[in-house]
Design a protein around this ligand. Structure first.
Ligand SMILES: [Zn+2]
Length: 459
């Protein structure tokens, strides 16, 4: 007779294998083994790495010069990729069209990226039909973590023009029998909430801040939305926002990682929520020391560098994304050994060093300020250099009935920020002075999708 019948009771339910695993297995032609072996994936990546190097060198005038004297045949192991020269956003800005490997007739879509604050040329990213097909395929399989046939997804991303992110996602979902509403970016949260209440999506996809404002409004007026899943994309996904939406709706909020340069999609979390499983048949992701360019091992934070392994129109080879990230090693709780990328911590260029020796990042402000129940958005500016620094923060907060003053919120925000070790005085110097303003947000046009942290060096 079994005398220990309760031992299994507390075991957590098993996490289902990410659907990206069998998908990748099929792409790397290892469809019989589950989960896919890291070795099979790496062998496929090595083969594709050699062919993308040859393709770029042969067909793009810019890469022919950039890779001059480099023999793709000398890449014997994946690690040898570190001998290939890096490319930068500046290269893409200046030479984007010359990085193309196909004729302009073959280009199906061009995404033009103008970065705020930069006065230079925009970046232009080119895709042909096959490139877009690869993205559709990734969206289709990645979304199977979140929804199944017969369910509904509300997409709060750019759309619905043909081949916009929203349109591609919607078409990918249709392949799996999932209905979708491409709403576009939220400018009027009240109108978006009304549409969501009518549509009753099983899943919402959007920028973290945009989903936060919908969740806050829905909660304020008696929750009527009931999504089971949320997909946070295109920006740092603060734990403070994840916890809030998971509690309010209640749902499971997963993180998607990607950039236009990665082909819009890049990786998505499985239900274990322990980092985004990467689209490894299409992308080779490295982390480098941003100062020296040296490759860093899994677990260490550094700059994310991507190589597009199957991109036809405009391959990107060891392209520096400018974002701070790290790879997670080991097998995921879902059983997959597909490489995972931890939550990206934001732009390296938006991390000013403070007089006290600490580095200030948006992620830290996100985690602190979005814990305050009424806050829907903020902007931050660090003024001055040396020992005289001032951090000015403008919070946007929802107004609630009977609240005459935002003073309590301002005091609380001030208190929470002042308690952060990163903002306090150290042996190296003083922490920045804090100036906080709270502005009411009462439903006026809402353009927030990415917070900014700027550094004004002039007083
Ligand atoms: Zn997993």
């Amino acid at each position: 007779m079994n005398t220990a019948p309760h031992l299994h009771v507390s075991a957590p339910p098993p996490v289902p294998l990410t659907p990206l695993d069998p998908w990748t297995a099929a792409l790397v032609r290892e469809s019989t083994i589950r989960p896919v072996s890291a070795r099979a994936v790496e062998e496929f990546q090595l083969e594709k790495l050699r062919s993308v190097l040859a393709h770029a060198k042969e067909n793009s005038p810019w890469y022919a010069r950039h890779l001059q004297g480099f023999d793709p045949g000398h890449v014997a192991r994946l690690q040898d990729v570190s001998t290939v020269p890096l490319t930068t956003a500046g290269d893409l800005r200046e030479h984007g069209p010359a990085m193309c490997c196909v004729s302009q007739d073959e280009v199906a879509r061009v995404v033009t990226l103008t970065s705020s604050g930069s006065t230079g040329k925009p970046k232009r990213v080119f895709f042909n039909k096959q490139d877009l097909e690869a993205t559709l395929d990734f969206f289709d399989h990645g979304m199977r973590t979140l929804v199944e046939s017969g369910q509904r997804v509300m997409i709060l991303l750019s759309g619905p023009t043909p081949d916009s992110t929203g349109d591609l996602l919607s078409r990918a979902l249709a392949r799996n029998g999932v209905d979708s509403l491409v709403y576009g970016l939220v400018q009027d949260p009240l109108a978006a909430l009304e549409q969501a209440r009518q549509y009753q999506p099983h899943c919402l996809v959007g920028f973290p801040v945009q989903l936060l404002v919908l969740a806050r409004l829905d909660a304020a007026w008696g929750t009527r939305l009931n999504p089971a899943k949320i997909l946070l994309c295109s920006d740092y996904a603060p734990d403070s926002i994840i916890k809030y939406v998971e509690r309010e709706w209640p749902c499971q909020a997963l993180v998607h990682w990607g950039a236009t340069e990665t082909g819009l999609g890049g990786g998505v979390e499985c239900l274990a929520q322990q980092g985004s499983h990467l689209r490894q048949a299409d992308l080779y992701v490295e982390i480098i020391d941003p100062a020296t360019g040296e490759p860093l091992p899994a677990g260490q934070w550094g700059e994310i560098v991507v190589t597009t392994l199957r991109r036809q129109a405009q391959p990107l080879i060891r392209y520096r994304l400018g974002d701070l990230g790290r790879l997670l090693s080991g097998t995921c709780a879902c059983g997959s050994s597909l490489v995972r990328l931890d939550k990206v911590q934001g732009r390296l260029s938006q991390r000013p060093r403070l007089a006290n020796g600490h580095v200030l990042g948006l992620a830290l402000l996100d985690e602190t300020l979005f814990r305050l129940e009424l806050v829907v958005d903020f902007s931050a500016t660090l003024h001055g250099q040396g020992l005289d620094q001032e951090l000015r923060i403008r919070l946007k907060a929802m107004q609630t009935k009977g609240r005459e003053s935002f003073d309590p919120l301002r005091y609380r925000a001030q208190e929470m920020l002042a308690a952060l070790p990163e903002l306090q005085d150290t042996d190296q110097g003083p922490g920045p002075r804090l100036t906080l303003a709270v502005l009411p947000w009462d439903g006026e046009p809402f353009t927030a999708f990415k917070r900014t942290l700027t550094h004004e060096t002039r007083p």
